[in-house]
Ligand binder design. Structure first.
Ligand SMILES: *Cc1c(COP(=O)(O)O)cnc(C)c1O
Length: 378
């Protein structure tokens, strides 16, 4: 069977009834659908408070404001991540301290964190790459020892767990993304998960342009006014109505993605057996959400060759990230602590395969057989 085109991602379009939009009576933020989405996340993931946001980027920015990051403060994170992880803190004047990743998960190497801590360190930002959990027990232990905040960048981790606990529910804060490239989406969207209740009130204010509007609507104050810094971090009801359909189908979507993930794992195991590629190895303490399936080639040259060959078959693949510490802004706003043993080397040989909700077995098998065929000459 031939396919005209295998895209890298197809954003979910099922589970949404356009009629819902016609029946909305409130289109701006914090209507019924925003409420439904936040309560769902609180209950399902055992989070004390969830505030829906316009993006994961904005959820991270809120966390940086909430912990009062000041110019000169240091924040520890991996360099192998999306720019927003760093930008959120740089906007408050922080210096970013990049720590190397573990090659098995591409997550921050928890064993290297402690030596990166100085008297200026304020927070650790573990990024759960590919929806596979960071070693959270160790990270929390270090954070407690040095009184640091932990903000989980769980953009890719919705529906994943670490030792049975939902990602995003473990640190002081967690940030989810509902961008169209993620497992559940509304085009652009996100959520801030707050696990320390002392931040709840201020978080509401920062999200509502620095006003106490939320308290006013609840009748807790008799007028609403400007009380703090803030921005407009609350999403439109239209986006939340779109997202709600997918949250209702969250298990269905998760199972479907996991099925595709396992097909890739089985189908490519012979290549791994021959030592031509490496497959992902999620640790036993984590249950992942099949956010992505990536393989690692021998080196950059082999990866470039495979991407080209798959492109000839009209199969789209993707790779990322250019390590932040090598980027112009990364050099200005941060530095790499100790040696870059794995970040650059491993990121250069990683390639992500097509994966979306509803991908057919035929489509997955076509990608697998194209890889097997392409790699005969490697
Ligand atoms: C997608 C992503 C983000 C940004 O999410 P937005 O909702 O697009 O702002 C941040 N961090 C990581 C690790 C991501 O994958």
């Amino acid at each position: 069977m031939q396919f005209s085109d295998i895209p890298f991602n197809k954003p979910v379009t099922k589970f949404f009834d356009p009629g819902i939009i016609c029946n909305l009576t409130k289109f701006c933020g914090d209507g019924n659908y925003t409420e439904k989405c936040s309560r769902f996340i609180e209950n399902r993931f055992q989070v004390k408070k969830c505030l829906m946001t316009t993006s994961c980027t904005h959820a991270l920015e809120m966390a940086a404001i909430l912990i009062d990051i000041q110019p000169g403060d240091e924040v520890i994170m991996p360099s192998f991540t999306f720019v927003s992880t760093a930008n959120a803190f740089v906007l408050r004047g922080a210096k970013i301290v990049f720590v190397d990743v573990r090659p098995d998960t591409m997550n921050i190497d928890e064993k290297l964190i402690e030596s990166a801590i100085t008297s200026k360190t304020r927070a650790i930002v573990p990024v759960h790459y590919a929806g596979v959990a960071c070693e959270m027990d160790t990270i929390l232990e270090i954070a407690n020892k040095y009184c640091l905040y932990v903000i989980e960048d769980a953009a890719q981790g919705v529906m994943s767990t670490y030792k049975g606990r939902a990602l995003g529910s473990i640190g002081h804060f967690g940030a989810f993304s509902f961008h169209e490239t993620k497992n559940y989406h509304c085009g652009e969207g996100g959520a801030l998960l707050i696990n320390s209740i002392q931040f709840n009130d201020r978080a509401e204010i920062i999200r509502e342009k620095g006003t106490n509007r939320s308290r006013f609507f609840r009748g807790q104050v008799d007028k609403y006014t400007w009380v703090d810094i803030g921005s407009s971090y609350l999403p439109s009801e239209i986006n939340m109505a779109y997202l709600w359909g997918q949250l209702e189908a969250i298990d269905n979507i998760n199972q479907d993605r996991l099925k595709t993930w396992k097909l890739y794992l089985d189908g490519l195991s012979t290549l791994a057996g021959k030592g031509l590629i490496e497959l992902p190895t999620p640790p036993h303490c984590t249950e992942h959400n099949a956010h992505m399936f990536y393989i690692k080639l021998k080196d950059l040259e082999a990866r470039t060759k495979l991407i080209e060959k798959l492109k000839e078959q009209k199969i789209q693949t993707a790779f990322h990230y250019v390590p932040l510490h090598t980027s112009p802004a990364g050099q200005e706003f941060g530095f790499f602590h100790s040696n870059d043993n794995f970040t650059t080397k491993e990121s250069e040989r990683l390639v992500r395969l097509p994966l979306w909700y509803g991908m057919t077995t035929h489509e997955v098998q076509f990608v697998i057989s194209s890889i097997l065929e392409s790699m005969k000459t490697f």
